[in-house]
Design a protein around this ligand. Structure first.
Ligand SMILES: *Cc1c(COP(=O)(O)O)cnc(C)c1O
Length: 358
């Protein structure tokens, strides 16, 4: 299948093997065939998330569960940690759900810091906090362990974490972190087509949800739990994607999770070396740079649109030209999913060639 290969930070390339695994006959989602599929992948998902809790499958993109977390868990007021396009949007979504919401706003490109969250939670105003582990728009990886450690100090606050573009590229252990929700989506590091979100929730989160009346139906955590106990989903799931998920989970555990994390670190390092070698700078500060994508600051003032045009025309691949207000000021290269030393090597050769032709 000749096509333009995706090195944008989602959706990413889906392999022919994954597509083949998805091409299975349909089946009823209330029968044994589906329950067997669900039950087969559940222990792998629990190991991947590092949890004894159920891992839920939502037929939606990640935003469904991001909005659902607000509807299920916020009673009093939510603190939305904002440091980029996705996290800023979560504040807007909280308000659109009719919730009291306040931003802890950080300049785009900077990380979210635990001590700043601590100061705000100390007011006692908040019963939930949202936080994006890997802010895809800016390539910033925030210190999740330090932030999650605050949960001990504020046990009644719900800690809701989006790791849509970070999950499976760096280790994350839900039970060890002690947070309340960890959510992700299929079209980023899982290298599946879009349309499936995955999440897990703490017992405390379920207890909170039980006390909230306007949870709605489609993203009701209590419905997910009740159906999950029977190896089912509340509504008709994206069965094809779940076949693809089974394939990708098998691939992850065949590779080994530690090998997978090491591979992402290595491929990300290859892109970082290209950035340094060519006199570009990183948009994120040292120590807070994403391992799944690289957000390059266009300090050299190249014509980013022309650069991407050359990559597409001569090398049949695309990278991203900067998110929203960062368009042209940055560009982003993904190393998520099934990429290898050889495939990222080819991207780097293409970057070199296209840069030389500008
Ligand atoms: C892609 C992304 C989302 C949104 O995912 P959708 O699949 O578009 O709903 C949310 N958060 C982060 C960090 C993302 O990278």
């Amino acid at each position: 299948m000749s096509h333009v290969k995706l090195y944008i930070p989602g959706p990413v390339e889906v392999s022919p093997a994954t597509f083949a695994a998805m091409a299975q006959p349909m089946m009823g989602h209330r029968g044994k065939g589906f329950q067997d599929l669900y039950a087969e992948i559940q222990p792998k998902l629990q190991e991947l998330f590092g949890t004894k809790q159920q891992v839920f499958l939502s037929t939606s993109s990640a935003w469904g569960v991001m909005e659902g977390s607000i509807r299920n868990l916020v009673k009093k007021k939510v603190l939305n940690c904002c440091n980029g396009a996705f996290s800023d949007k979560w504040l807007d979504v909280s308000k659109r759900c009719g919730k009291e919401a306040e931003a802890y706003q950080v300049e785009w490109g900077q990380p979210i810091m635990a001590d700043e969250i601590d100061k705000r939670l100390a007011t006692g105003e908040f019963d939930a906090v949202t936080f994006i582990h890997n802010e895809t728009s800016t390539g910033v990886l925030s210190p999740i362990a330090e932030i999650a450690a605050l949960k001990k100090k504020y046990p009644d606050v719900m800690f809701i974490t989006d790791s849509v573009s970070g999950f499976t590229t760096v280790p994350l252990n839900f039970d060890e972190l002690g947070i309340d929700v960890l959510l992700t989506g299929s079209q980023k590091a899982f290298a599946l087509p879009p349309g499936l979100a995955l999440f897990t929730a703490s017992e405390a989160a379920m207890k909170r949800a039980e006390t909230i009346n306007d949870r709605g139906y489609y993203f009701d955590f209590i419905e997910f739990r009740a159906n999950g106990e029977k190896s089912m989903t509340p509504s008709t799931p994206c069965i094809s994607l779940i076949y693809g998920l089974r394939h990708q989970l098998n691939a992850m555990f065949t590779e080994g999770l530690d090998n997978r994390y090491a591979r992402h670190a290595r491929l990300n390092g290859m892109v970082h070396d290209w950035v340094k070698k060519n006199g570009f700078e990183f948009f994120a500060p040292e120590g807070y740079r994403s391992k799944s994508l690289t957000c390059v600051a266009n300090n050299k003032g190249i014509d980013v649109a022309a650069f991407i045009g050359l990559l597409k025309k001569n090398h049949s691949l695309i990278i991203d030209g900067g998110y929203g207000k960062l368009k042209g000021k940055t560009f982003r290269i993904s190393n998520m999913g099934d990429e290898t030393d050889a495939s990222i090597g080819a991207v780097i050769a293409a970057l070199d060639d296209s840069l030389s032709q500008l």
